[in-house]
Design a protein around this ligand. Structure first.
Ligand code: IPM
Ligand code: MG
Length: 356
C-alpha cells in the first residue's frame, strides 16, 4: 500500500513526522513517498502543486497531508498561493466528500470555551461537499460592474452553483454516514435566500425517499451556526455545501476545545482519500516543537479505516490517543493546570508507546 506524504508548510512537517512515526510502529509494510506541496512546492518547483506531487498523489492509495500556507507566500498571485495546492488536489482527484468529525474527549471537557454541560459527550459529524459551490464556480474575477447602482465601478464577483449530480452524490454519502450512526441527518442550506440552496434542499428531499429509515431535517446556515454553540449535541450528522461547511466545521472544531484535535478525510467515489488535520499551518508556532500532532495522527487512523481497509489498526491508534490523554499529557493548545505539558515529538512518542 502506497501512501503519499505531503507535509506542506508551517507546522505541517513536524506534525506529519509524528503521524509517520505512529504508522511505522504498526507492524504493517507501507510504502511512503514524500513530496513538497503548498509554499514548499512553490519554493522547490515554482508551483504550489508541482506536477510530480500531483502524479504521486494520483498513483498513491491514500494521501497524508499536513497543512499549507505561510505569510511569505501571501502576496503571490492567487494561482500560485499555497491554498491552491489543497484546492487543486481536491478537484483533480475528485475528492468531493469531506468528513469532519467533532468529538469531545472527556478529558478535554475543560479545554472547551463552552460550558461542560453543553459540550460533554459531543460526537457529531460534518459532511462537507468539497468540489463545488462558490469555491469553484465560474465566472469569477474583478470587472467593471455591468449593471446596478454602481454600474461601471470595479467589482469583485464569484459564482455559487451546484449541479444536480454533485448534490446527489454528496447526499448519498451523507445518508449512508447517518445510517451508520444515529440515523439523523441535518441538511444545512440558505434556501430562504439562495436559488442554489433551494435546489440543494429539493434534491435532499428527493433522495431522502431512498433512505426512509433516516430522519432528515433542514436548517438555515445562520440558525445552524447558532445551534452549534447553543445546543451542539442536538446534531448528529450535518451535510452542507463547500462554503457553509468550511465555516461551520471551524465553529464545530472549537466545541471540542481545540482544533488541534480534529482529523478529516476527503474521499472520492471509491474511498480513495486525502487525510489532513482540520487546522491550518500555524506559521506563528512553526518549528517551535509545540504544535499538537494528534489531529494528524487521528487523520492517519481515518486513512487506515477508510482507504486502506485496516480498521483494527485505526482502532489501535485511536485507543492510544485516548490513553495519552488519560495519562494527562497535553500540548500547549489543550493544556490545563494539573496536566503535563509536552511538545510535538514527545506527544508523538507517547502515542507510539501507548499503542498495543
Ligand atoms: C479548510 C481550509 C481550506 C478551505 C483553505 C486552506 C483553502 O480552510 O480545509 O477548511 O477553505 O477549504
Ligand atoms: Mg476552513
Amino acid at each position: 500500500m502506497k501512501i503519499a506524504i505531503l507535509p506542506g508548510d508551517g507546522i505541517g512537517p513536524e506534525i506529519v513526522d509524528q503521524a509517520v512515526k505512529v504508522l511505522n510502529t504498526l507492524g504493517q509494510s507501507f510504502e511512503m513517498e514524500t513530496a513538497p506541496v503548498g509554499g514548499a512546492g512553490y519554493a522547490a518547483h515554482g508551483h504550489p502543486l508541482p506536477d510530480a506531487t500531483l502524479k504521486l498523489a494520483k498513483e498513491a492509495d491514500a494521501i497524508l497531508f499536513g497543512a499549507v500556507g505561510d505569510w511569505q507566500y501571501d502576496n503571490l498571485e492567487r494561482a500560485l498561493r499555497p491554498e491552491q495546492a489543497i484546492l487543486g488536489l481536491r478537484k483533480h482527484l475528485t475528492l468531493f466528500a469531506n468528513f469532519r468529525p467533532a468529538i469531545l474527549y472527556p478529558e478535554l471537557v475543560g479545554a472547551s470555551t463552552l460550558k461542560p454541560e453543553v459540550v460533554s459527550g459531543l460526537d457529531i459529524l460534518i459532511v462537507r461537499e468539497l468540489n463545488g459551490d462558490i469555491y469553484f464556480g465560474q465566472p469569477r474575477g474583478v470587472r467593471e460592474a455591468p449593471d446596478g447602482p454602481f454600474k461601471g465601478a470595479r467589482e469583485g464577483f464569484d459564482t455559487m452553483r451546484y449541479s444536480e449530480p454533485e448534490i446527489r452524490r454528496i447526499a448519498h454519502v451523507a445518508f449512508q454516514a447517518a445510517r451508520k450512526r444515529s440515523k439523523r441527518l441535518t441538511s444545512v442550506d440558505k434556501a430562504n435566500v439562495l436559488e442554489t440552496f433551494q435546489f440543494w434542499k429539493d434534491i435532499m428531499i428527493d433522495i431522502h425517499k431512498e433512505y426512509p429509515d433516516i430522519e432528515l431535517d433542514h436548517m438555515y446556515v445562520d440558525n445552524a451556526a447558532m445551534q452549534l454553540v447553543r445546543a451542539p449535541k442536538k446534531f448528529d450528522v450535518i451535510v452542507t455545501g463547500n462554503m457553509f461547511g468550511d465555516i461551520l466545521s471551524d465553529a464545530a472544531a472549537m466545541l471540542t476545545g481545540s482544533i488541534g484535535m480534529l482529523p478529516s478525510a476527503s474521499l472520492d467515489a471509491n474511498n480513495k482519500g486525502l487525510y489532513e488535520p482540520s487546522h491550518g499551518s500555524a506559521p506563528d508556532i512553526a518549528g517551535k516543537g509545540i504544535a499538537n500532532p494528534l489531529a494528524t495522527i487521528l487523520s492517519a487512523a481515518m486513512m487506515l479505516r477508510f482507504s486502506l481497509n485496516l480498521p483494527a489498526e485505526a482502532d489501535r491508534i485511536e485507543a492510544a490517543v485516548k490513553k495519552v490523554l488519560s495519562q494527562g499529557l497535553r500540548t500547549a493548545d489543550i493544556y490545563e493546570a494539573g496536566t503535563t505539558k509536552v511538545g510535538t515529538a514527545e506527544m508523538g512518542d507517547a502515542v507510539v508507546k501507548a499503542l498495543v
